[in-house]
Design a protein. Structure first.
Length: 408
């Protein structure tokens, strides 16, 4: 299955967003090597024009944009004396210098550790200790090449990594005619929580969502996803000349096939839902846009409107039909999250952190109760990730342990 891991993460984000009452999400999944960004506008978006390893893939897949920026992305100084971050990554072996496995170059993780945003004794729930001394050595070497202090160099690495990710988030939103300020930034992946506040501020967004167990959200998404099929048939011609009865026959064949496959998997027939759509383009174009099929005139109007939103204009040209599609799905989510109890929460420690005058409160995420409220600056640690609640941000814990962040 193409991009099954990232697809699981998006379904998990959609599932958590629905629980939190947020259906329009701008997501970023930041791991060790790369960051995947996507837009969820009520539903996970699909595309038939995706790429894998630079090669076009003409089958439906989740619509996302990937960049080489992750916790293991390596920072270097180029021939012109400029700082660069990524796309080269230290991977998991040897990994960042702070892993103590022989890594000898600065990574985003090393920079976060030097700035105090990662706690050496709290990584992976305390099962792995980070080597602050090793991270300090490589950051000092980078700082010398840039003629900066240790902390300035580390902050520069984080700032540049954030700029790479913010640019990718703009590609998936602003360049498609969507205002990110109307969305909720949703962070997952092991490294995402450390950068979520900075990215939201860079995009002018005042709300963010950090799901519980965000480091393994793809697994949750796979459990939460209903069974489904995406079926298509190529049918070409000018839209106004298409025989609608013939088109309905194609839809019916695809629908029958999809329903049969879901019934064979044990899905209750009464739970099966179907959506019909068409791929349209202006005559002579090489790319298409997918719109729901609501009849010839309605779908044509939807295509013009979507083209204007996506590309800033619509054309007075003939519209061509390229493909008909049917999506079928059925069955309720196979996962139920356990609600949290209520209670008080106290920080387990206060730690110094670069750029903050007073020691920063550190909280164990698993100890947070439903309704808990925190104000930045604060660090929220858990087994698979850490969330940096920057100054000016407020956090409320919902009934399922998800962090709802708001810039105040």
């Amino acid at each position: 299955m193409l991009l099954s891991g990232p697809a699981g993460g998006l379904r998990g984000a959609q599932f958590i967003g629905e629980l939190a009452g947020r259906e329009r999400l701008l997501t970023f999944d930041m791991g060790g090597t790369s960051t995947d960004v996507a837009l969820i506008d009520g539903e996970v978006q699909l595309t038939g024009e995706g790429e894998i390893a630079g090669y076009p893939v003409g089958v439906p897949m989740v619509d996302m944009h990937t960049i080489g920026a992750g916790g293991g992305s390596i920072a270097t100084v180029d021939a012109g004396g400029m700082l660069q971050v990524g796309p080269e990554s230290a991977g998991a072996d040897p990994g960042p210098a702070c892993y103590g496995r022989g890594g000898s170059r600065v990574t985003v993780t090393d920079a976060n550790l030097v700035l105090g945003r990662l706690q050496p004794d709290a990584f992976l729930g305390g099962n792995m200790s980070l080597d602050l001394a090793a991270a300090t050595v490589v950051v000092d070497e980078l700082a010398a090449g840039l003629k900066l202090t240790r902390e300035e160099a580390a902050a520069g690495v984080i700032h540049l990594a954030n700029e790479h990710m913010a640019r990718a988030l703009r590609v998936i939103s602003v360049e498609r005619g969507v205002d990110p300020r109307e969305l909720t930034l949703t962070s997952f992946g092991g490294a995402g929580g450390l950068h979520v506040c900075a990215l939201a501020e860079a995009l002018g967004m005042d709300e963010a969502l950090v799901p519980r167990h965000g480091g393994v959200l793809s697994a949750l998404g796979m459990l939460a996803a209903p069974r489904g099929r995406q079926l298509s048939q190529t049918v070409t011609g000018l839209l106004h000349a298409i025989d609608v009865a013939m088109l309905d026959q194609h839809f019916d064949v695809l629908l029958s096939q999809g329903r049969s496959e879901l019934l064979a998997e044990g899905v209750d027939e009464s739970l099966i839902e179907a959506q019909r759509s068409v791929d349209l383009r202006y005559q002579g174009q090489s790319y298409t846009l997918n719109v729901p099929w609501c009849g010839m005139h309605e779908s044509k109007a939807s295509f013009h409107a979507l083209h204007a939103q996506r590309y800033g204009h619509s054309l007075g040209m003939e519209v061509e039909l390229v493909n008909v599609r049917v999506g079928v799905r059925g069955g309720a989510s196979r996962v139920e999250l356990q609600p949290l109890g209520e209670g008080d929460v106290e920080p387990f420690a206060h730690r110094p952190l670069y750029g903050v005058a007073e020691p920063v409160a550190c909280y164990q995420r698993d100890a947070l109760a439903a309704g808990s409220e925190l104000s930045g600056p604060a660090l929220i640690t858990e087994t698979v990730s850490t969330t940096w609640l920057a100054p000016g941000w407020h956090c409320r814990v919902d009934g399922y342990g998800n962090l709802l962040l708001r810039f105040v």
